[in-house]
Design a protein. Structure first.
Length: 602
């Protein structure tokens, strides 16, 4: 299987401006030679996240997240290492080369190749359906419907909205003429499992579903006409080789830049609601895809946002979805606000009836989730009797339990007591008793990882620290160490690994901190390298390397001396005449080593 060559990786690294790259995700301010901002990997108010343009790495002094541009893109965009290299290569205009004469189309295994083929199929089908909507008589009904819903042509083009023909056998015939195999089409998700000639989507308004990179990976179709009792309002693609609905958010590819810039996201109920927000200039809206909000979807937006706005329908199902989403987002330490949709059932209806300004005002007037929940509780549980107070408290305790801050827990408990006129001590006792009873059912919250990178567990001994001092962008400093120390002089396996990587970089002519990080292949070692690099300033690094060379040489000589002493003692115990010459020779070698060790101590 072909892989990206190390030379290509090094070229991408050298041509990537890491400050500009990370600045697209995190606001950065220059201090001296480095740039600083709030860490995107854990919640903080005071910047402890540094980016070094010279060494081409980032490091957080709070959670110890660290790495090169490749690692950053892997974390932020949820990509594999090869995908991260390709992502940055495209931005930098670098043509990648692959081993074994391969290329992007050859480097992947059969599963990935098949995945890409289905992405290509769905892109072609989406283009065809869009043409059907915009240019054909058959699509006129759907075009009239969507126009009456207030969507303009620019929006239809942006989201590639289309129409699937009423003839359920048309799509199969059309694609077979394009030389797609029967087996390939049968497994595409575009046709009935029971009747392979019949299209899964027919006579529906079509919404292509894009992945985070903007590739069409699935479809959603809205019912337009016919018997409502026999056809669901929406049909959505099931999980496919290229698509997992629980891991995807509709319109995230369009919204992610606005989400990053605004540090907030709107989660709404469906395609039309999300599109309505975007048409009104509120470009940070996304939607789950025919399913309840998932942990994976919350984790997708968490690195970019401080606040989640919930905009689900005002009906019973929408309100239940809101309550579940509040708890999920709060368990991820996100602030939650609720958009109360006055004047319509959903954002699309409000946009149509009242316009852009009114919908924007609804967003600006969003309320905090605790206020929303308490207002809803008062509609269900009366404040004027003990039973109502107790039931409301139990429901609200679940919200308090989801909060990650003790200060927030205490404040919300007080708010509950004020709203329902409950004695605070009694409420506090009930809350903590509830917690004790629920310990056996405690949720598994391991999916919430505040600290993406743990502090390295590698033992930082003197030998490894000495080798670390030569990790700079100045190849001459490592050359100086290499002239006096070889890898055979080292014992620590991590020091040996790092020394060998540095030799590879020196030999390839690409000696730099970023090149070393890209080659070392272990996240713990990468973290240690970055942490160490932050300790050394240019003024003291040369002296540190010199001192480290002295230390390594002394350690190596002392190890040799220890071996000699052992051999000398063996010969002295034997005291045979034949051993005397060998003993004298060893004693002479020991004296020479003693002199060298003494000189290094000076």
């Amino acid at each position: 299987m072909a892989s990206i060559t190390q030379e290509s990786i090094d070229e991408v690294s050298s041509r990537t401006d890491i400050v500009r790259l990370i600045g697209e995700y995190v606001p950065l301010t220059q201090r001296g030679n480095d740039w600083w901002g709030c860490c995107p990997f854990h919640n903080e108010k005071t910047p402890s996240f540094s980016v070094s343009p010279d060494k081409k790495f980032y490091y957080c002094f709070g959670c110890h997240a660290s790495g090169t541009a490749f690692k950053f893109i892997q974390e932020m965009e949820k990509l594999s290492f090869p995908e991260a290299v390709e992502f940055l290569a495209k931005k930098a205009g670098v043509e990648l080369h692959y081993s074994e004469g391969g290329g992007p189309e050859h480097k992947d295994d059969s599963k990935t190749k098949l995945r890409n083929e289905y992405i290509d199929l769905y892109s072609r089908v989406a283009t065809t359906f869009h043409y059907m909507l915009m240019e054909t008589e058959a699509g006129r009904f759907a075009r009239d419907y969507i126009t009456k819903r207030g969507l303009i042509n620019e929006t239809l083009e942006k989201f590639k909205i289309g129409y699937s023909p009423a003839d359920r056998k048309w799509l199969r015939s059309f694609l077979e003429k394009k030389n797609y195999s029967a087996e390939f089409l049968n497994n595409s998700g575009l046709f009935s499992k029971k009747y392979p000639d019949v299209a899964f989507f027919s006579d529906r308004l079509m919404f292509p579903i894009f992945d985070r990179k903007g590739d069409v990976v699935a479809m959603g179709g809205r019912f337009l006409r016919g018997d409502k009792d026999k056809s669901p309002k929406y049909l959505n693609s099931g999980d496919l080789i290229q698509y997992k609905k629980g891991n995807t958010l509709y319109a995230f590819n369009f919204a992610k830049q606005a989400i990053r810039e605004n540090k907030k996201v709107i989660l709404c109920e469906g395609y039309m609601d999300c599109i309505a927000y975007h048409q009104c200039g509120i470009n940070y809206a996304v939607a789950p895809l025919g399913t309840a909000l998932t942990e994976e979807q919350v984790a997708l937006v968490k690195p970019f946002v401080d606040t989640v706005y919930l905009s689900f329908d005002s009906d019973g199902a929408g309100q239940n979805a809101t309550k579940k989403a509040i708890l999920m987002c709060r368990r991820h330490s996100l602030t939650v606000k609720i958009i109360r949709l006055d004047g319509g059932k959903d954002p699309a209806e409000i946009m149509l009836n009242f316009g852009k300004e009114y919908l924007t005002k609804q967003v600006d007037c969003a309320i905090l989730d605790n206020d929303y929940l308490l207002s809803k509780l008062q509609e269900v549980y009366p404040k004027d009797n003990p039973e109502g107070k107790a039931k409301a408290s139990l429901v609200f305790f679940a919200y308090i339990d989801a909060l990650q801050s003790d200060v927030q827990k205490n404040a919300c408990l007080e708010q509950l007591c004020q709203t329902y006129d409950i004695d605070q001590e009694a409420a506090r006792k009930d809350f903590y008793n509830r917690e004790q009873l629920s310990q056996r059912f405690k949720r598994n919250v391991n999916t919430v990882q505040e600290n993406r990178a743990e502090f390295p567990t590698i033992k930082l001994n003197a030998e490894l620290r000495a080798v670390l001092t030569a990790v700079t962008d100045d190849a001459s400093l490592f050359q100086k160490m290499r002239d006096e120390i070889s890898v055979q002089d080292l014992e620590d396996p991590w020091a040996i690994k790092l020394f060998s990587v540095m030799e590879e970089c020196l030999s390839s002519g690409s000696f730099s901190v970023s090149s070393i990080l890209n080659r070392c292949g272990d996240d713990s070692l990468r973290s240690l390298i970055i942490q160490s690099a932050n300790e050394f300033t240019s003024e003291k690094v040369e002296k540190s390397v010199t001192d480290s060379i002295r230390l390594l040489k002394k350690n190596s000589l002392e190890q040799k001396r220890s071996v000699l002493v052992g051999r000398i003692r063996e010969l002295e115990r034997g005291s045979l005449p034949d051993d005397m010459d060998s003993l004298k020779k060893l004693l002479s070698e020991k004296m020479e080593l003693d002199k060298q060790i003494t000189s290094l101590k000076g």
